[in-house]
Write a protein that binds this ligand. Structure first.
Ligand code: PBG
Ligand code: ZN
Length: 320
């Protein structure tokens, strides 16, 4: 008889044969920074997550550094929104100022800047609109300007999440032309039109005012197309590719990891976080076990980088 249980007899044996382990350096913590002063707003649908104004962000920054987190993903929430998302590419915009503040206080912390217009547009779509249509090529120039502006503010990595075609190449060229050759691009490559983003849209104030995102984000039914999205972004110059959301799409992560040796990130999105938190608050699940199991599964599927709202807790559980 093959006795599989021989390798499970005790923790020393199990840890010796363990195939996957989580490290703090795998984790990226998303943060929300809002225009204004003295603000610390809880996000109701995401227990434990807050919007901070820049002047209040220092306490959060301390927690991040104390936890040993090495990278954050920054989302800015402007006071002013308009049709063309002007604040997104304004050098004095809230996101640019937040990044400069963070880089000044914590130069060693990797800052990843989300690039998309939806937090900045009055209509909440990720691109320019004409009537009900979300324009592709006309949006690229603004994404390029936004990327250059955020990189100049100090972002180490630019992460376009808009899902316009051709944006990775456009952004890469724009940054190269502006002397930003060493700023990396982490592309939200296989980003699905998912119901799991609803809590985020409360946190970032970015819900579309009409329609949905299905003409630019991917159909959740398509795994083969997800591979093409990743290949396209690699050809266009992405340094890191991303699959998003994580849990319902681990088959996609696995397939992409078979096809490429580029680093793969997954985004363990807001709705995935809120589901776990809600069950934990009801006493139905053990938070530490569930979170560590989920994050380990993402890594087992082939992701190296895990963007997760659980990052601070997970770092504590991983320990020194
Ligand atoms: C902006 C953006 C979204 C998320 C990351 N960047 C929302 C969306 O596309 O509607 C989702 C993150 C999450 O749900 O945690 N384009
Ligand atoms: Zn968007």
């Amino acid at each position: 008889m093959v006795r599989m249980r021989r390798l499970r007899v005790n923790e020393a044996m199990r840890s010796m044969v363990r195939e996957t382990s989580l490290n703090k350096s795998d984790l990226v913590y998303p943060v929300f920074i809002i225009e204004g002063e003295n603000i610390k707003n809880p996000v109701d649908s995401m227990p434990g997550i807050f919007q901070y104004s820049i002047d209040r962000f220092e306490e959060e920054l301390e927690r991040i550094l104390d936890a040993g987190i090495g990278a954050i993903l920054v989302f800015g929430i402007p006071a002013h929104k308009d049709e063309v998302g002007s604040e997104a590419y304004h050098d004095q915009g809230v996101t640019q100022r937040a990044i400069r503040f963070i880089k000044e206080k914590a130069p060693g912390l990797l800052v990843i800047a989300d690039v998309c217009l939806c937090e900045y547009t009055s209509h909440g779509h990720c691109g320019l609109i004409h009537g009900q249509e979300i324009l592709n090529d006309e949006t690229l120039g603004l994404l390029g300007k936004m990327s250059v502006s955020l990189a100049k503010a100090g972002a180490d990595i630019i992460a376009p999440s808009d899902m316009m075609d051709g944006r990775v190449e456009f952004i890469r060229n724009a940054m190269d032309d502006n002397g930003l050759k060493n700023t990396a691009v982490m592309a939200y490559s296989a980003k699905f039109a998912s119901g799991y983003y609803s809590p985020f849209r409360d946190a970032a104030g970015s819900a579309p005012s009409f329609g949905d995102r299905k003409t630019y984000q991917m159909d959740p039914a398509n795994g083969r197309e997800a591979v093409r999205e990743c290949e396209t972004d690699i050809c266009e110059g992405a340094d890191i590719i991303m699959v998003k959301p994580a849990l319902a799409y681990l088959d996609v992560v696995k397939e992409v990891s078979r096809r490429t040796d580029y680093p793969i990130a997954v985004y363990n999105v807001s709705g995935e976080y809120s589901m776990v938190k809600a069950a934990v608050q009801n006493g139905w699940l053990d938070e530490k076990r569930i979170v560590m199991e989920n994050l380990t599964a993402m890594k087992r599927a082939g992701a190296k980088i895990i963007i997760t709202y659980h990052a601070l807790d997970a770092a504590g559980w991983i320990g020194a």
